[in-house]
Design a protein around this ligand. Structure first.
Ligand SMILES: Cc1ncc(COP(=O)(O)O)c(C=O)c1O
Length: 417
């Protein structure tokens, strides 16, 4: 039987919609390729499940139900070889909420939270939101792959390691919020991992994850692993390995955050979950949520069940589209003077190094430069690494070509189209 076909070429016009991505450039000829949602409609089974639920017509308080839990447990086992006990699940209205709760649940005010830059910007604010101190190490791009600098990580975990490392304060002082004065040098209790990595596009290998697990064990760290992009591995032969699935010790010290939102393109339905095998850690997490974190929207729960149970064929077709887009982005960037990028193993996000272009053309802010040429990108400075831009290629091919044409022309110093 022929595989089902899905339309990734003619999605609805979002330009006059509620879309954050499109509204930023309303009325201007700028192709929006920044915030991480895709321009595609949600998978048909998700839309059908939502329609059925809306037709039911009653929207009283809801809680997760057995077939939903089963769809998630089976989906994670099927896709990532990790069998979750349903008791480990904590439902959340978003992954960002999840890692902010983790910062509150682990350690005490003034203690350090470790992460590595560049990284998804809310990672950099989360410790300060909870009166913790961000301590970041810089990932290094070696052999065309964003990798951990193990020595720098080790140094950052040492007692008295002091103020943050890894290239100054990317947030201009936003990190310390609240009444507590952080004790410079207090040891970290929490490591925040972004896996697969946004914006570097890496799928961490078993070796790298074992190294991180060993590091966490030696320093007795809780690891909060944001695995929101785990369904979007593009590179054939690579597989996402949940950090918590490595061994019992990794599981015991882990808070894994997952969601259907990136893979099935339903982020504004706000449904995510934490998986926390250790009952004590789970209790602390629930405690930190109390009175603040609302129940998950019932439509998000409905969509999640449909996505995990019936969203496989759509996702397979999506990955083919994204793989082709990724290859095209790589090709155009390689042909653009002063731009370069490492291969994207996962996500629909390309992390483009503009430093050579900036030097040669005396460009202060690459996003402003490309925006003037009609392409809206995310600024690397927000991720803790200025001189880079992030490009979202989760869009129809025609949109991609238009954006890439403008990107290359701008880099080549050609007249705007
Ligand atoms: C690594 C990562 N975590 C979390 C999020 C957002 O999660 P949520 O919308 O569920 O809060 C994003 C969105 O781009 C992301 O890339």
């Amino acid at each position: 039987m022929a595989p089902p076909t899905f339309d990734f070429e003619s999605p609805p016009d979002r330009s006059a919609s509620d879309s954050i991505k499109w509204r930023r450039f309303a009325g201007r000829d700028v192709v929006p390729m920044w915030v991480a949602d895709m321009d595609f409609m949600a998978p048909p089974p998700v839309l059908e499940a939502l329609r059925r639920r809306i037709d039911h017509g009653v929207f009283g308080y809801a809680e997760p139900w057995p077939s939903l839990v089963e769809a998630v447990v089976e989906g994670v086992a099927r896709d990532h070889g990790w069998r979750i006990d349903p008791d480990w699940l904590v439902w959340l209205p978003g992954v960002v909420s999840g890692f902010n709760i983790a910062c509150r649940a682990v350690g005490r005010p003034g203690e350090a939270v470790l992460t590595a830059t560049p990284v998804y910007p809310p990672f950099l604010c989360a410790p300060g939101n909870s009166d913790r101190v961000l301590r970041s190490v810089a990932l290094v791009c070696r052999d065309d792959r964003w990798q951990w600098d193990w020595e720098a990580l080790e140094a950052a975990a040492a007692p008295g390691a002091g103020p943050p490392q890894g290239g100054g304060d990317p947030l201009g002082g936003q990190r310390s919020v609240g009444a507590h004065t952080p004790e410079a040098g207090a040891p970290p209790r929490l490591l925040m991992l972004c896996h697969p990595h946004n914006p570097g596009g890496r799928v961490y290998s078993a070796d790298e994850l074992h190294h991180l697990a060993d590091f966490a064990r030696r320093h007795d760290l809780v690891v909060c692993s944001d695995e929101i992009h785990c369904g979007l591995v593009l590179e054939p032969g690579l597989a996402h390995i949940p950090f918590a699935s490595l061994d019992d010790d990794a599981a015991r010290r882990s808070i894994t955050l997952m969601a259907p939102s990136k893979t099935w393109n339903i982020p504004a339905l706000y449904c995510a979950f934490a998986v926390i095998p250790d009952p004590g850690l789970r209790g602390a997490f629930y405690h930190a949520m109390r009175g603040i974190v609302p129940h998950v929207n019932v439509l998000g729960l409905v969509a999640t069940e449909a996505a995990y149970r019936d969203g496989g064929p759509w996702r397979d077709a999506l990955l083919d589209v994204l793989r082709a887009h990724r290859d095209r982005v790589q090709e155009v960037v390689a042909a653009s003077p002063g731009l370069s990028m490492a291969p994207v193993e996962a996500t629909y996000l390309a992390w483009i190094d503009c430093r050579e272009l900036m030097r040669e053309r005396a460009i202060a802010t690459p996003t402003a430069f490309f925006e003037a040429a009609g392409v809206g990108l995310s600024d690397g400075a927000d991720f803790g690494l200025a001189g880079f831009v992030r490009l979202n290629f989760g869009c129809p091919r025609a949109t991609l070509e238009k954006g890439l044409h403008r990107l290359r022309a701008a880099a080549a110093g050609e007249a705007a189209p």
